[in-house]
Ligand binder design. Structure first.
Ligand code: FAD
Length: 468
């Protein structure tokens, strides 16, 4: 099929991958009037009984919301999200302490991945110039001719051409494979030693088993568990742990023993039987970080979302960054009059430093979330940062706030964070030095106080009082 020979006056855009970023991108291109063809390897998830995905729910924040807003989807999605205002830290002895995400009124949203994907596909389909093709798996494409080869559900292969190919086919992108053959294409992929496993915490008497408006965290240094609320009053708990440790737990009793040692408060909430069963339902999943550049190949093809930058999930930014990719591309399309030969290189120029920055930050948070939140110094610094932000809102902005609640470019947020860190640490050093220095001087050279007893002082005060 040669879609580019279509009668439409607008060019044909093929979006490969109908996941979160692909479905949103289809809306963006359709809104501009392009002839949009989405090719998704899975069946239509809106009809499927079981939807295989990466995680059951995820945290949506400002960048993702802004991208949804541009295509009129923000309210629909936000209305089905559950606000999480704070992290809730569960210590080993069962005490729970909240750490707010930002200022009063700032929150992130727990959203259901499958529902979000379905809503975005349906939104894309409302444009008459969009066609969704399910069970179309991209096998290969030619950088010379631009022809894409798909494997259809009936086993047949189909060749398709378009004016622009948008690779949104996730962390193991088939579109990206062709980039690897190009000269001066940079690529790196790193698997972290941790895997993840999801467990469900059911409602108790029809109510959430824990406080719902929090992202619950059980930080245990080398590993951790988190839980995000769902609309059906369940929580999805995700256990992050090195694969070696997963391999050590092989029987139901060992699971209980393990939870008894590290997450005792979660056992009655998940249920001992469910825990023994569900722990083994699926093997632990791997997590990969992928960085590459450039994101485009001439004026023919561009990568967005996880296809361009898979990040580890510890900053809750993978999808948000992917959604922001669509928004940034759209802004550049406005600036450069939809001229692909100018827009694509500009998108690479603008976006690569930011996506690389969030990949690094996510890796940094991989350690911060499971171990630093246990440290007193870390909590003290968070407290100081938030306090300084309140009294100097324009000068000191905590990193988490910049990343989660603003559209400050990721790489600028990192730069500013380093600068702030230096300034605050030097400030604290000065305060500490003056306290130590002051105390020393007081001890060494005590001020010349008149030698007077408490009784004498009291009589003098009484005398003074009687005068007024
Ligand atoms: P995907 O969601 O992977 O979609 C790719 C699509 O392409 C799929 O539908 C796939 O079927 C299709 N496809 C693949 N190959 C082909 C092919 N050859 N031909 C045709 N179609 C193909 N992000 C957040 O912002 N907040 C969070 O809280 C968060 N939590 C996470 C928790 C976990 C455990 C994980 C693993 C990730 C989390 N993320 C989070 C990251 C987020 O899941 C991803 O960034 C997001 O899914 C990227 O969307 P995407 O559309 O680029 O890729």
């Amino acid at each position: 099929t040669n879609f580019s020979k279509s009668t439409s006056k607008k060019k044909v855009v093929a979006v490969v991958g109908g996941g979160l970023v692909g479905a949103l991108n289809a809306c963006y291109f359709a809104k501009r009037g392009f002839q949009v063809e989405v090719f998704e390897s899975r069946e239509d998830i809106r009809q499927a009984k079981i939807v295989k995905g990466r995680s059951i729910n995820l945290a949506l924040s400002h960048r993702g919301r802004q991208a949804l807003k541009q295509v009129g989807m923000e309210d629909t999605i936000v209305s089905k999200g559950i606000p999480m205002h704070s992290r809730m830290i569960h210590s080993l002895n069962g005490t729970q302490s909240p750490i707010p995400y930002g200022k009063k009124g700032q929150y992130i949203l727990s959203v259901d991945r499958a529902n979000l994907n379905k809503e975005l596909l349906s939104a894309a389909e409302t444009y008459s110039n969009t066609k969704l093709n399910f069970a179309y798996k991209l096998l290969n494409w030619s950088t010379e001719t631009g022809a894409m080869t798909f494997l259809r559900a009936d086993g047949a292969k189909e060749e398709i051409q378009a004016d622009l190919i948008v690779g949104c086919d996730g962390a193991f992108s088939a579109i990206r494979k062709q980039f690897l053959r190009q000269s001066r294409f940079n690529f790196s992929q790193t698997y972290i030693p941790h895997g993840y496993l999801e467990l469900t915490m059911p409602p108790i008497n029809g109510e959430f088993a824990m406080k719902p408006n929090y992202l619950h965290i059980w930080p245990r240094n080398t590993f951790m568990m988190i839980a995000l609320p769902n609309l059906d009053k369940t929580f999805t708990c995700t256990l992050f742990m090195p694969f070696d440790e997963f391999e050590n737990v092989t029987t139901g009793d060992q699971v209980i023993e393990f939870f008894q040692k590290y997450f005792p408060d979660a056992i009655p909430l998940i249920g001992a039987d469910a825990l023994k069963r569900d722990y083994f339902r699926l093997p632990a999943q791997a997590m990969v970080s992928v960085k590459c550049s450039p994101y485009h190949l001439s004026d023919k093809c561009v990568l967005m979302g996880d296809a361009a930058h898979a990040v580890v999930p510890f900053y809750g930014q993978g999808m948000n960054a992917g959604f922001e990719d669509c928004l940034v591309f759209n802004e550049i399309m406005d600036q450069l009059n939809e001229d692909f030969s100018a827009v694509l290189p500009e998108y690479t120029r603008v976006r690569v430093p930011d996506d690389h920055a969030i990949a690094d930050l996510a890796m940094y948070n991989y350690v911060e979330m499971r171990s630093h939140v246990n440290s007193k110094w870390f909590l003290f610094r968070k407290y100081i940062d938030n306090f300084l932000h309140i009294i100097m809102p324009r000068t000191i902005i905590p990193l988490y706030t910049m990343v989660t609640f603003t559209r400050t470019r990721y790489h600028e947020a990192v730069k500013r964070w380093h600068w702030q860190d230096k300034v605050i640490n030097q400030g604290l050093l000065c305060v500490a030095a003056s306290v130590v220095g002051g105390s020393y001087l007081l001890v060494r050279y005590p001020p010349n106080m008149p030698n007077i007893s408490i009784e004498q002082l009291w009589t003098r005060l009484q005398a003074l009082k009687s005068r007024f």
